[in-house]
Design a binder for this molecule. Structure first.
Ligand code: NAG
Ligand code: NAG
Ligand code: NAG
Ligand code: NAG
Ligand code: NAG
Ligand code: NAG
Ligand code: NAG
Length: 743
């Protein structure tokens, strides 16, 4: 890759979406002013003046903000785009006012008068893009959202300076139009789409049919949402990424086009071919370009375009051949269909495939894909770069521009986890890589609403040229802003979390929550963690000490509960080890004691403390799904989708517990009966002298798991009980195992 060519390729991308006019500036400024009112209320909002001036970025071409005023005068926030202005506002709130905007509850107590910005503060982002989302976030976190929740999230995006994001709602409605126009019947289409909670994998050709069908009302609602989402994103100057055709088609295509060259791919995720083994059109087939261009045509007609499109042909899918010529053709066909309709198209590709199946994707295969699209027209997401970067082994994606993304979370799992050191160093290292083609940073979790500290750091890095110099100081500051008060105990607690759960590295370091608590029990469970559990117990103690001062702060209550949840998760591992040892040594009394505490004390206590907070209720989770429905039948379908996703995932536990969560109701009616059956089976085994047979247990426990999924039991949607009291009770009863100090 010649340096000059890199410059040309990146130059092209820099221009994408950079149109400017006085009208755009005014519109973006108005969007940010409206955000300030939503965030701070109309009174405080009057103390801010917001303007958008493209000229601010004249020197670097990169999003820039500038802050001045305050101290009695209005705070003046200027940005080169709406997003830059929003990021500037956020910087002011964070660094001058000690505030925090957060999923778990913002702390927006403004000092009066508003602090002065002594010298005008101007900051430019180091990169063209700050990207947000993973295709899976759509299913694990956003699936049931209404406009109010979307509005909140887009505000969060703007404040964090995100300027590139997927906007994938409503695409099935467009697909339905295209397929109907091509002559498929409604029932053929209904049979093809997955249910709402599984659409991410339907879109990537991993799945079809499972959890479906989609209803008419679903499509109408998604179209409505998509229009509002697009309007809002564009009003801030964000670039929404729309979907494009990747090559997967319903089986019925072959009825309409008997000559079409369609091949069935292999199965995915332990699903059988009733739900996976999707059909892929051959790249050279004329039907490929027909469908690809029809879809994009119809999509743009409905939604307009900002010229960046996402498509994934081989995500976690074995291609039909490893011949580079085939991979080039399959890739080129997707791009050709795009530029037929939109000559300015840029393709956003998830680089996940390369790291997920490294044994298939050798350098010739990677080169075949990356070289099939003109330089600068393929924008690659290095999706899991904090852990397994791909740019390092592909010579910076062979000169194609890429975005350094932190993935962090799988399946929206609860569980304290983060690799803050790796995240902090990652973007800078990618910049310094020889002939680096990095053009952005990204936040690409499968699920949100957990481990907020990790996202706060990554969002901040999108606007920093250097890593945070001292993470311990940073995290203390994070805690102070989060709770609105600087307190010794909370800051000490956060520093302990930083050096333990959030300093993940080495063998045992995993983003999935593999804790025994949330897994199907066996005698082989691995309880190893990458940190010292004592640090978690001590952080728990410190938060409880601080609690009396902070109970009205929603983020504190969330954290106290989350750390309590984590502590119970640790205790479950310890009691499990004890029970297993007792069983191995044939000590029935010890088995009953340790197993009994786990099943009859710890899990009920966990369920009870989770029940005290609306953010940890299965009832809220399921009612969100039901709330989208317009009939009881639809409500039932959505509830089932949701229950499956949390547990079995597929009809037979195909991806069992992948998207595990710790919610009140789920602990009581899913994890606890499962552990109860395990304990009972071990006790019977000792009492009757018959060996424990895992496969027999698996068959029995599947009945328990399935019973939960098929149950129609309704759960509370309002919290009950006092979090601090309940957490303290658990601590006082069980902490001697882990904690030196006392309350
Ligand atoms: C970087 O690009 C230059 C100029 O094309 C080339 O000579 C050099 O080998 C490249 N370095 C690496 C490490 O690829
Ligand atoms: C796939 O599994 C389902 C049950 O989960 C079963 O009903 C169906 O017959 C299976 N299909 C095939 C093709 O084996
Ligand atoms: C069908 O497509 C595959 C690749 O997708 C190709 O190998 C095969 O030769 C094609 N068959 C025909 C009859 O064109
Ligand atoms: C994280 O762990 C590494 C060793 O793996 C250590 O060098 C570093 O100081 C730790 N960071 C923090 C903040 O504890
Ligand atoms: C448990 O997992 C850790 C980390 O992956 C590994 O080092 C250890 O050998 C495993 N222990 C057992 C008993 O499998
Ligand atoms: C874990 O932390 C505790 C308390 O600080 C300490 O006593 C213990 O030695 C540590 N364990 C390991 C394995 O480092
Ligand atoms: C409660 O907060 C005040 C400051 O607002 C502080 O002085 C005091 O030490 C705190 N109490 C505890 C128990 O941390």
């Amino acid at each position: 890759m010649e340096a000059a060519m890199v410059a040309v390729a990146l130059g092209f991308l820099l221009l994408a979406g950079a149109g400017a006019s006085a009208g755009d500036e005014a519109r973006e400024a108005a969007a940010v002013r409206a955000l300030v009112v939503r965030l701070l209320g109309p009174g405080p909002a009057a103390d801010f003046s917001v303007s958008v001036e493209r000229a601010l970025a004249a020197e670097t071409g990169l999003d820039t903000y500038s802050l001045s005023g305050g101290g009695g005068a209005r705070v003046r926030v200027r940005g080169s785009t709406g997003v830059a202005a929003a990021a500037g506002l956020h910087r002011y709130l964070r660094d001058f006012c000690g505030c925090q905007v957060a999923w778990s509850g913002s702390q927006l107590h403004l000092p009066r008068p508003l602090p002065a910005v002594p010298d005008e503060l101007t900051e430019a982002t180091p990169n063209r893009y700050r990207y947000y989302q993973n295709v899976c976030t759509q299913s694990y976190s956003f699936v049931w959202w209404d406009w109010a929740r979307w509005e909140q999230e887009i505000d969060w995006m703007a404040l964090n300076g995100i300027n590139l994001a997927l906007a994938w709602n409503g695409q099935e409605a467009i697909w339905e139009r295209v397929y109907l126009a091509l002559g498929l019947t409604q029932s053929e289409i209904n049979e093809y789409f997955t249910g709402p909670a599984f659409l991410a994998w339907g879109r990537m050709g991993n799945l079809h049919t499972w959890g479906g069908p989609l209803t008419r009302f679903w499509h109408i609602k998604q179209l409505y949402l998509q229009h509002r989402i697009l309007d809002r994103m564009r009003s801030f100057g964000m670039i929404p990424v729309l979907p494009a055709f990747a090559g997967h088609v319903p089986k019925a295509i072959t009825r309409v086009f008997p000559q079409a060259n369609v091949t069935q791919l292999g199965s995915w995720g332990h699903f059988n071919c009733s739900y996976s083994c999707s059909f892929l059109l051959a790249p050279e087939d004329t039907v490929f370009s027909l469908i690809g261009s029809l879809f994009l045509w119809e999509l743009i007609k409905e939604f307009g375009t900002d010229h960046i499109y996402g498509a994934d042909t081989f995500n976690e899918m074995q291609p039909l051949s490893s011949e580079p010529s085939y991979l080039t053709a399959a890739t080129a066909a997707v791009y050709e269909a795009m530029i037929t309709v939109d000559p300015d198209a840029v393709w956003l590709l998830q680089g996940w495939l390369f790291q997920h199946q490294p044994e298939f994707w050798g350098l010739p295969q990677v080169k075949a894909v990356l070289g099939a699209v003109p330089q600068g027209r393929l924008l690659v997401l290095d999706l899991f770069a904090e852990n397994q970067p791909v740019y390092t082994r592909t010579a910076s994606f062979q000169g194609q521009p890429f975005i350094w993304c932190m993935l962090h979370n799988f399946g929206g799992n609860h569980g304290l986890f983060g690799a803050l050191e790796a995240v902090n160093q990652g973007p800078k290292a990618a910049h310094l890589f020889p002939n680096s083609t990095m053009v952005g940073t990204g936040i690409a979790p499968e699920g949100i609403g957990q481990n907020e500290v990790v996202y706060a750091l990554m969002a901040e890095l999108g606007w920093r040229k250097e890593p945070v110099p001292d993470l311990a100081a940073w995290v203390s500051n994070f805690a102070a802003r989060r709770y609105g008060v600087s307190q010794r105990e909370t800051e000490a607690a956060w520093r302990l979390l930083l050096r333990s759960v959030y300093n993940c590295s080495g063998e045992a370091c995993r983003g999935h929550n593999h804790s025994p608590l949330v897994k199907r029990p066996s005698l082989q469970m691995n309880t190893t963690v990458w940190y010292n559990r004592s640090d978690v117990f001590e952080a728990w103690r410190l938060l409880l000490i601080a609690a009396s001062n902070l109970t009205t702060n929603p983020a504190f209550r969330y954290d106290l509960l989350d750390v309590t949840r984590q502590a119970v998760q640790e205790l479950v591992s310890l009691y499990y080890e004890e029970a297993r040892t007792a069983y191995m040594n044939k000590e029935l009394i010890s088995l009953l004691r340790a197993g009994g505490i786990l099943v009859y004390e710890l899990l009920p206590a966990l369920d009870q403390v989770l029940a005290s907070d609306s953010r940890f209720l299965l009832g809220s989770w399921l009612e969100q799904a039901r709330g989208v429905a317009v009939s009881e039948a639809e409500a039932h379908l959505y509830e089932q989708n949701s229950r499956f996703q949390l547990t079995l995932w597929g009809p037979e536990g195909n991806i069992l517990d992948y998207a595990n969560k710790q919610l009140s109701g789920l602990v009581a009616d899913y994890y606890k009966p499962r552990w109860g059956l395990f304990l009972q089976t071990l006790v019977d085994s000792l009492a009757q002298g018959v060996p424990f047979q895992q496969h027999q247990f698996d068959e029995k426990v599947f009945q328990v798991e399935q019973a939960f999924v098929l149950s129609k039991k309704r759960y509370p949607i309002y919290p009950q009980g006092d979090t601090v009291d309940l957490a303290r009770k658990i601590f006082l009863k069980y902490s001697p195992r882990g904690v030196a100090g006392s309350l």
